[in-house]
Design a protein around this ligand. Structure first.
Ligand code: COA
Length: 149
């Protein structure tokens, strides 16, 4: 099992195929449509063309992509920061502490880009993800709140 940089020719399909599952888990009202997948494919192609703004790493097991992480270099009013946009493991690879291997690679990449802060958004009910992030040193700095109308 190894984490290695994403290779467009061989890994594009695996990352795209995970998109519906990733969004379904985190957004209860999400519906996966062909339009959504087309948008994600375009985002991924754009990311491939901008390696200094997008770090993509995959977890490979016996030649198969079984997980990935996608981070981006961003800027807001407080300055530049790294954003963990996506992290995903195939179901049978979850709960084996493999997510931290992917995050380690992502953090290394962001540091190489000169950044000193990594940020992410996570659905509060996704307890495994929250726990992984806490273990990796992430702390809550803002809260998104909602209520039914
Ligand atoms: C989120 C995700 C990347 C986490 O990675 P992971 O490698 O599976 O996480 P870990 O193995 O470190 O487990 C995280 C937590 O789950 C819980 N957990 C893990 N194995 C468990 C088990 N056998 N029984 C009960 N709880 C368990 C623990 O709380 C654990 O944290 P801890 O070991 O520090 O206590 C992975 O679950 C995933 O791909 N999920 C689907 C996609 C997703 O939701 N991505 C996040 C979007 S923000």
């Amino acid at each position: 099992m190894e984490v290695r940089p994403y290779r467009p020719q061989t890994d594009f399909r695996a990352v795209l195929n995970a998109q519906c599952d990733l969004y379904r888990i985190n957004f209860p009202r999400f519906v996966c449509t062909p339009g959504f997948l087309a948008d994600q494919a375009q985002r991924l192609r754009q990311a491939q063309r901008r390696p200094y703004e997008n770090g993509l790493f995959v977890l490979e097991d016996a030649g198969e992509v079984v997980g990935f992480v996608w981070v981006a270099v961003r800027m807001d009013l407080q300055g530049p920061y790294g954003s963990v946009d996506q992290i995903y493991l195939k179901p049978e690879y979850r709960r084996r502490r493999l997510g931290s291997l992917l995050l380690d690679a992502a953090h290394r990449y962001l540091k190489e880009q000169g950044l000193d802060l990594s940020r992410l958004y996570v659905t509060a009910e996704n307890r495994d993800a929250v726990r992984l992030y806490e273990r990796m040193g992430y702390r809550v700095t803002r809260l998104e709140m909602e209520r039914p109308l």
